[in-house]
Design a protein around this ligand. Structure first.
Ligand code: NAD
Length: 594
């Protein structure tokens, strides 16, 4: 499948550095010439100019080289007033490959001896030698080279389209399969059911053309994965992210299946998303993208089949666009097609903070179980979006001390404690938590390893891995995000006595109140915020107690226990809905029988 991949910030910086070198910038040239190979010179210069360790610069080069070599098409966006996306010609793409090869540790196209001669001519010669000059004296090649340099030096972003598989490392779907295997074995799950639960029921891939503000057309790839609907209509968020992969969406849809099951909701699980960078898109572009995605999916979603909700970089406004577009398609107002809507068009009171309120209720239960006093307990929050902000605010209101907070740009730390509402005001003004008060700055890696009572990962997957799990010092990890801990890390945390409240339980408050929103939409009768909070609390607290009971009885960690409870509920329903002689699960009697 043709996927879009964007060069990361460091990759773009490195490419510009290469272009600067060929533009014969004197101070840079002198610096670079003092080294023996172009590759080493580039790594050292990148490292010095941007303050990154040399090992990271190495990795940046490797990634850049891989992406450029795998690209089928390349698009460059240049700044205002010319703000426009240019498609590179095949000659420019080849020229880019020659340029990158020049800086490779093992160049194949460019002889390193060209390093000291006229630099641009040496690249042009290498191109002619490797790809051949189409005609005459290669003036055409020289022209491609000049164009490439100009575009690269002014580029705001560079997007590549590639046929290579796009996967994240580690792949979260692998984590789903591993946990399914472990919990399935403990439950003695029927093999047929296990086979069915390894794969999503339905996967939809759509390509959405969007008219951009500069007049160009861009195609975005979107996904919707409906993992399992045995317990009811599927339910799951929509994520907009430049590095989204299909495997990530599959993993997220499986987690939604277990999540709705573990808390006893009459729903299945799904997830969706679009590979795009919403931070670089205007509201108009985002609206056109969202409406296009809705049209492409209209026949597959609906209040009784599959109900989307917000996730990373989507919000109530996104849901309002989906609801409106879908209603136009079916010809009547259909509020129940999505949840997480603005309250004025059928949203539920309390939905906005529901995930975080659920995190708070589970933290209260875990603290009771472990005998931790929450007043004055120290809290670290990674990610300061919807989940991270409200979790920090609610725990702060409980009397906890929020000592560190981070977002995608990095983290801040104060041993005196932070007021999340004031940090949010700063983030809204400056675009990041960085620079707030007189706080110490931290990287996201350092933040996770801080000494604290409660750590709330509320950003993305794969944050706590085999590499850093041994350094986690908190007593409780409450997973606001989906999949922040890898299975390997889980083992280490369990061994070290860290109490993990797994994502499918800790962050289920969002889907619980989303379910309440669906119910209210269907009744067309709306509840008070207090009623929503009370129902949320009783649902999540009883799920927590049931999972803890399984963990204690089977001497497994809370994640395996939650999976066991969820799988049993789904498997029991599959059993009664199917003719096949599946083998009933006799363990966990009484639990999950809701
Ligand atoms: P959001 O878009 O509102 O916020 C994401 C936050 O994470 C932003 O502050 C962003 O700057 C930060 N971030 C991104 N990359 C980061 C990194 N590498 N390190 C540190 N911070 C980083 O998203 P959200 O709705 O708060 O969702 C966060 C997580 O919670 C996701 O895993 C999502 O799937 C999960 N979740 C959300 C809900 C919900 O109701 N919103 C429900 C259940 C689970």
């Amino acid at each position: 499948m043709l996927s879009v991949v964007e060069l990361s910030g460091p990759e773009l910086e490195m490419l510009k550095l290469m272009a600067d070198f060929f533009a014969e910038k004197p101070e840079l040239g002198a610096k670079i010439e003092s080294y023996t190979t172009a590759h080493y010179a580039l790594i050292v210069t990148q490292s010095e100019n941007f303050g990154t360790p040399e090992a990271d610069a190495w990795k940046t080069f490797e990634e850049l080289e891989r992406k450029v070599n795998e690209a089928e098409y390349i698009h460059v966006e240049v700044p205002y007033p010319l703000k426009k996306s240019y498609a590179m010609s095949p000659e420019e793409i080849n020229m880019l490959r020659v340029l990158v090869d020049y800086f490779s540790p093992n160049p194949k196209m460019t002889p390193t001896s060209g390093f000291v001669a006229n630099r641009s001519e040496s690249i042009i010669e290498a191109y002619k030698w490797f790809f051949g000059a189409p005609e005459g004296n290669g003036e055409f090649v020289r022209e491609s080279f000049r164009n490439l340099m100009e575009k690269t030096q002014t580029a705001l972003s560079i997007r590549l389209e590639t046929l290579a598989p796009v996967i994240t490392t580690p792949n979260p779907y692998k984590a789903v399969l591993e946990l399914l295997q472990i919990a399935g074995e403990k439950l003695k799950l029927d093999q047929g059911i296990h086979e069915m639960l390894k794969r999503p029921m339905r996967t939809i891939i759509v390509n959405i053309p969007v008219a951009m503000d500069d007049g160009s057309i861009r195609i975005f790839t979107g996904y919707r994965v409906q993992y399992n609907d045995t317990l009811g209509p599927t339910k799951g968020g929509i994520r907009y992210h430049p590095e989204l992969t299909l495997d990530e969406v599959i993993a997220l849809s499986a987690w939604m299946t277990w999540k709705t099951a573990v808390v006893g909701l009459p729903l299945g699980g799904s997830k969706g998303g679009i590979r795009c960078n919403p931070k670089e898109m205007s509201p108009g572009e985002l609206e056109r993208l969202t409406r296009g995605y809705t049209r492409a999916l209209a026949r597959f979603i609906g209040p009784y089949s599959d109900v989307p909700a917000p996730d990373v970089y989507t919000d109530a406004q996104t849901m309002a666009w989906i609801m409106d577009e879908y209603s136009q398609i079916v010809g009547c107002n259909t509020f129940g097609v999505v949840t997480g809507k603005p309250v004025c068009i059928g949203g539920s009171l309390g939905r906005n903070e529901a995930t975080s309120r659920g995190v708070m209720y589970t933290v209260i239960e875990a603290a009771k179980h472990l005998g931790i006093e929450l007043k004055g307990a120290t809290v670290v929050v990674q990610g300061f979006g919807n989940v991270g902000y409200h979790a920090a605010r609610l725990l702060h209101e409980l009397g906890c001390k929020i000592v560190a907070i981070s977002d995608s740009k990095g983290g801040i730390y104060s041993s005196y404690g932070l007021d999340p509402t004031k940090v949010l005001e700063h983030k809204n003004e400056r675009g990041s938590v960085i620079g707030y008060g007189n706080c110490k700055c931290l990287t996201n890696e350092e933040l996770l390893e801080l000494e604290c009572d409660i750590l709330v990962p509320a950003a993305l997957e794969n944050q706590i891995t085999g590499a850093n799990a041994g350094k986690i010092k908190s007593k409780i990890v409450a997973e606001g995000a989906n999949g922040p801990t890898t299975p390997r890390a889980d083992e280490i945390l369990f061994r070290n006595g860290v109490f993990v409240i797994p994502d499918i339980l800790a962050n289920s408050g969002g889907v619980i109140v989303s379910y309440f929103e669906q119910v209210q939409n269907q009744m067309n009768y709306y509840w008070s915020e207090e009623e929503v909070r009370n129902k949320l609390q009783s649902t999540i607290v009883s799920a927590f107690k049931e999972v803890l009971a399984v963990a204690e009885e089977y001497k497994v960690n809370m994640r395996i226990a939650a999976y066991m409870k969820a799988l049993k509920r789904v498997a029991d329903a599959m059993l009664v809905r199917n003719q096949k002689p599946f083998v009933p699960i006799t363990s966990l009697q009484g639990i999950g029988s809701k």
